[in-house]
Write a protein that binds this ligand. Structure first.
Ligand code: FAD
Length: 290
């Protein structure tokens, strides 16, 4: 663990318009100055059109010579479509992938896929391409909403690691205890890959509530009520949310987080402020520890 100069990476999503791409190009240029390990690119779990968008953004980032980690969802994926995609990414010299199942459109609805769960796709990629790609999977310190219980979710997580994943990025959370406890459980289950916290800066109360309802990430009551109180005061809202997430990042690094992965939502402002604060907190922390 290094609280000094932590390693970082940034998640991006494919814009819908050319104007969106133009804005994103400015954002990535600014974020690239922090020397991230990679930019990851999300994929839609829906039809072919959403998957094409991922490839389009991956192509553009590669042209700009960034290190890129595409996400691949197993939903609606066949062995043949995965073979083609892997071959394409191999030609682009992509070294790393994030492999996820994707969200089911309707609870319990079966998808037309050769892979029911992420671990099956991880296993298939290892069988067909060996160690060509590093594989990152998703982890849930507050547990996945569909999981029957914490134990079965940890067991299912371990299946992904046994299938050949090299590292995991977590769902976002605002309670560092959940990460610490998750690391403890991983040790107990003999899961020894890096568990990288996924960090979600808070840019809008409405968006945060919407995302958190979908993925069931907890917004602690103290945070929820304070954010709501700043609802009509965007300056204080921003200052408060940046302070909260900066302190969370510093705590996570102190707990042993190997690096930080930012869910940027294609925005750079909050991320930049958070990175500056981590740097300042780091100096206070080091003065206390050493
Ligand atoms: P899985 O690991 O397959 O797990 C899904 C559920 O099934 C869990 O409850 C698990 O406990 C259970 N399970 C697993 N194996 C078994 C089994 N053998 N038997 C019974 N139950 C089992 N979504 C997108 O659509 N696009 C993205 O780009 C995207 N990127 C993400 C990146 C990160 C870092 C994270 C944390 C999430 C991302 N997601 C993305 C969201 C993700 O797709 C959803 O959380 C999805 O519901 C689960 O994906 P998974 O890969 O964790 O699934």
């Amino acid at each position: 663990m290094s609280i000094s100069n932590p390693r970082i990476s940034f998640e991006l999503f494919p814009p819908k318009t050319e104007a969106g791409y133009k804005k994103l190009a400015e954002t990535t240029e600014q974020l690239a100055r922090y020397n991230p390990d990679f930019f990851s690119v999300t994929c839609g779990a829906g039809g072919q059109a959403t998957k094409v968008k991922t490839v389009e953004l991956v192509d553009r980032l590669i042209t700009q010579r960034y290190a890129v980690t595409p996400h691949i969802s197993s939903i609606n994926a066949t062995r043949s479509s995965i073979n083609k995609l892997l071959e394409y990414y191999r030609e682009l010299n992509i070294k790393q992938l994030v492999i996820i199942r994707g969200d089911l459109l309707e609870k319990g609805r079966k998808t037309t896929s050769d892979f029911n769960y992420a671990h099956e796709l991880v296993s298939y990629i290892r069988q067909t391409t060996g160690n060509l790609f590093k594989i990152i999977v998703a982890a849930y310190p507050e547990f996945h909403p569909e999981a029957g219980n914490a134990t079965s979710d940890l067991f299912n997580f371990k299946q992904k690691i046994n299938a050949g994943a090299d590292a995991a990025i977590t769902q976002y959370f605002y309670n560092s205890d959940s990460y610490y406890r998750f690391l403890e459980s991983c040790q107990q289950y003999n899961i020894n890959v890096p568990i990288i916290p996924g960090v979600m800066p808070i840019s809008s109360y409405g968006k945060l509530k919407r995302f958190s309802t979908i993925c069931q990430a907890e917004i602690p009551q103290w945070l929820d009520k304070r954010l709501l109180a700043y609802h009509d005061d965007p300056v204080s809202f921003k200052a408060f949310s940046i302070d909260v997430v900066s302190k969370l990042c510093t705590e996570l690094l102190a707990l042993g987080a190997p690096k930080l992965h930012f869910y940027t939502l294609n925005l750079m402002d909050s991320v930049q402020c958070i990175l500056k604060n981590i740097d300042e907190h780091k100096q206070v922390y080091e003065a206390l520890v050493y």
